[in-house]
Design a protein around this ligand. Structure first.
Ligand code: MF3
Ligand code: CO
Length: 263
């Protein structure tokens, strides 16, 4: 197996990078309002990442992605491209996905925002997506099986009568955007990989209101639900520790603690 374990120096650098990613998601909140253009939101993030934090937006230019962040609204599952003609409107649910590089270390996180007043039904979808991520964090610890993550997420989401997108998964992350191992958000009994202290990976479940099926638009990026149902996603970069995990991209307003001690 490739060496996928981080040393103390790597971990310190990932904490620095992760704090910047978290700060972007905290900073952007007041700008998520009706009539805001997604291009303006992207520009604010670009300025903050490059000028305030002296970091690099990892999405910009990645496989020719044209913007600094992904903004995915309502039935857009992921990889929505900011655009000056694309405005937020009252009632939208919006995922903002931020990846930064600081001192050559990548971190990745996303969360949902509500534009104006959002329906109870749509808030519930977001709540279930967030809780599926949080529940999975409680099973992370040195020596546990990685496929427990997907098992927990899928069981919880399907019990709530929502569905899990199967086409996109979490990933190891460090000096590269995407590293080994793959983190599926559904159960795979053939995945025997074991978590180890010093592994860092993302968990980023995409949860659909209706069917799990998705398709990619002509722009080559924007992924939407096939049936037009809404989709929600939360993502964190996670460090596996001896006794649990550390949320590398933890944000101030989160109810879950940054460091988890798991059984
Ligand atoms: N944040 C996404 C991930 O988890 C990256 C999207 S690639 C982009 O891999 F180019 F669209 F940004
Ligand atoms: Co990711």
């Amino acid at each position: 197996m490739k060496n996928i374990l981080k040393n103390e120096y790597d971990i310190q650098q990932m904490r620095i990078s992760g704090k910047i990613t978290a700060n972007v998601l905290e900073m952007i909140e007041p700008y998520i309002v009706p009539n805001a253009s997604t291009e303006d939101i992207d520009k604010i993030c670009y300025y903050y990442i490059t000028q305030v934090k002296q970091a690099i937006p990892a999405c910009l230019g990645y496989k020719n992605f044209p913007k600094s962040i992904c903004i995915s609204i309502n039935d857009v599952v992921c990889h929505g491209i900011p655009n000056k003609k694309l405005l937020l409107k009252n009632g939208d649910i919006v995922n903002i996905d931020v990846s930064v590089i600081k001192n050559n270390y990548y971190t990745d996180a996303s969360k949902m925002f509500f534009v104006g007043s959002v329906s109870k039904k749509n808030k519930l979808l977001c709540k279930i997506a967030k809780k599926s991520l949080y529940l999975s964090l409680k099973c992370i610890k040195n020596k546990k099986k990685i496929n427990t993550i997907g098992k927990i997420i899928q069981q919880y989401v399907e019990k709530k009568n929502f569905s899990v997108v199967k086409e996109y998964c979490g990933h190891g992350i460090g000096k590269n955007f995407h590293e080994f191992p793959h983190i599926l958000h559904f159960y795979n009994q053939n995945d025997y990989i074991i978590m180890q202290t010093g592994m860092i990976f993302t968990i980023e479940p995409m949860v659909n209101e209706k069917a799990p099926f998705v398709h990619c638009m002509e722009d080559g990026w924007t992924v939407k639900t096939k049936d037009g149902g809404l989709s929600a996603q939360y993502e964190h970069t996670i460090l596996v520790t001896k006794h649990g995990c550390e949320i590398i991209t933890h944000q101030k307003n989160e109810k879950i603690p940054k460091i988890l001690f798991n059984t």
